[in-house]
Design a protein around this ligand. Structure first.
Ligand code: ZN
Length: 142
């Protein structure tokens, strides 16, 4: 496997479904970080045929709900002194707040800045969420 300098202190997002790495990179606005960030694409993997990996040389705050929504296969590794000190598996969030807008144009969350859109999962298979204000179903799309 090609060697890319490993992280001393930071975060490694592993087991990203091949092709999702760029989307996550863009959604998390990683190009705006002032720390070294590496995006590896189409890496061979035992469990998955191909995977993407993102390495960030700093322990930034990442929204795990958001990651779970984009790709629930991801493992988040927290690295300290070049060792993995914590491993978290993301999952499809059952409750989300302020990640995407409500599908209903008349929903209060679309015109009142104080009302943040919050949703509860109704169908994990196709990422269908019900709005907690108007009960409209919104399907999350990448
Ligand atoms: Zn709504």
């Amino acid at each position: 496997m090609l060697e890319v300098s490993s992280i001393k202190n930071g975060i490694v997002l592993d087991h990203i479904t091949s092709g999702n790495g760029v989307k996550i990179f863009n959604k998390l606005l990683l190009h705006k970080l002032v720390y070294p960030v590496v995006l590896l694409m189409s890496v061979s993997s035992n469990e998955m045929k191909k995977k993407d990996i993102i390495k960030i040389e700093n322990n930034i705050d990442i929204d795990l709900n958001f990651l779970g929504l984009i790709d629930h296969n991801i493992t988040v590794n927290i690295i300290e002194n070049s060792k993995i000190i914590n491993k978290k598996k993301v999952k499809i969030p059952s409750y989300i707040e302020d990640i995407f807008p409500c599908h209903n144009p008349r929903c209060i969350t679309n015109f009142d800045n104080c009302a943040k859109p919050t949703f509860s999962i109704v169908n994990e298979g196709n990422l269908e969420y019900i709005c907690n204000y108007c009960e409209e179903i919104t399907t999350y799309k990448l």
